[in-house]
Write a protein that binds this ligand. Structure first.
Ligand SMILES: Nc1ncnc2c1ncn2[C@@H]1O[C@H](COP(=O)(O)OP(=O)(O)OP(=O)(O)O)[C@@H](O)[C@H]1O
Length: 319
């Protein structure tokens, strides 16, 4: 086991940032922490690495956070902006210089796909290349555990996919990865297991598929109606129970029910742009658990996560 955390608590004055968090991460796993802004993700990462004090039992590689050998861990903080006028090569070489037995910077540049951009100033790299260069700076010590705090925030879809492939490659090579993200597709794509933090508590823990199964709801037919309200009314009258997703008309149904749904709509004279069948995703599970969309927050007026989800996380809290 690489990380073992039990009943971790941290307050900042009156603010409870972590309220008894327990979880464990195994070697070679990609574990993703998700949760609304202010849920406690960064505080938890800082507690795991001893840069903030916390109550509870934490061990990383079997040792208290402050006693872990630095060389075994690589950490990419959320706010990390290297100097614009360093080339990619200079950036990696700088970090390599901090370790006695660092890897060859050229090899690290190749690993993060920047061999051809080694001489490019950081400011002239694309968003995705910049983040890969930053990840590269955490790889100079060949860490066994890599911690990435929102590694793809602000990057375009191509850059995000490049980073995903990089992270997957590292995990395939045996690196344990702990990452935070606000992107549910990222957690779903990358993570072996996901922990959902809300208000300092781990309210759900499991593989993306398990969380979707437990909290994602039913598969649904989504209708892009010309008039959503009229569409919902028509389907309700026909015996369907529309789900409130904030946009379009969604009714729990199998794909085989599409013809019947379309018929009900045309009987009611409702026009539509499109009809699609969709299985629930991690986004849906997240919305159910937090009462928000993926980019909202409980503090933005969402509901308190249902009690049942708090208790159902408990037995799996420790792997
Ligand atoms: N140094 C600090 N001093 C006071 N309060 C803090 C400090 N750091 C965090 N907090 C508070 O603790 C809570 C958890 O914050 P944290 O940054 O861990 O959340 P987060 O899940 O990482 O949020 P985000 O997704 O926005 O990065 C918040 O209410 C935050 O305001």
């Amino acid at each position: 086991m690489v990380i073992d955390a039990s009943d971790v608590r941290r307050r900042y004055g009156e603010t409870v940032a972590l309220d008894g968090v327990s979880f464990a991460v195994d070697a070679g796993e990609i574990f993703s922490l998700i949760g609304p802004n202010g849920a406690g993700k960064t505080t938890l990462i800082r507690a795991l690495f001893g840069t903030t004090d916390a109550e509870g039992d934490i061990s990383v590689f079997g040792r208290p956070p402050t006693e872990v050998e630095r060389g075994r861990v690589g950490l990419l903080p959320q706010e990390f902006t290297p100097a614009d006028r360093l080339t990619a090569q200079e950036l990696i070489a700088y970090y390599a210089g901090l370790y006695d037995d660092a890897r060859d910077p050229e090899a690290v540049l190749a690993d993060v796909g920047l061999a051809d951009s080694a001489g490019t100033f950081y400011e002239n790299l694309s968003g995705g290349q910049k983040r890969r260069a930053c990840v590269g700076s955490t790889l100079v010590n060949d860490p066994e555990l890599l911690v990435l705090d929102e590694p793809t925030t602000g990057i375009d879809p191509t850059g995000r996919r490049e980073l995903w492939r990089l992270i997957e490659g590292l995990a395939d090579g045996g690196t344990t990865v702990l990452l935070t993200t606000h992107y549910m597709d990222e957690a779903e794509e990358l993570a072996d297991r996901v922990g959902l933090l809300a208000d300092g508590k781990l309210v759900a823990l499991g593989s993306p598929a398990e969380l979707v199964e437990r909290h994602g709801g039913d598969s649904r037919v989504v209708i892009e109606a010309d008039d959503d309200r009229a569409g919902e009314d028509a389907l309700r009258k026909a015996g369907y129970a529309p789900i409130d997703t904030g946009r379009h008309v969604s009714v729990p149904a199998d794909a085989t029910e599409i013809p019947a749904i379309v018929e009900r709509l045309s009987e009611a004279g409702i026009g539509y742009e499109g009809v699609a069948w969709r299985q629930p995703s991690l986004d849906d599970a997240y919305a159910t658990l937090t009462g928000t969309g993926a980019h909202g927050g409980l503090e933005d007026g969402g509901e308190t996560p249902p009690e049942a989800t708090t208790t159902d996380a408990a037995p799996e809290g420790r792997a």
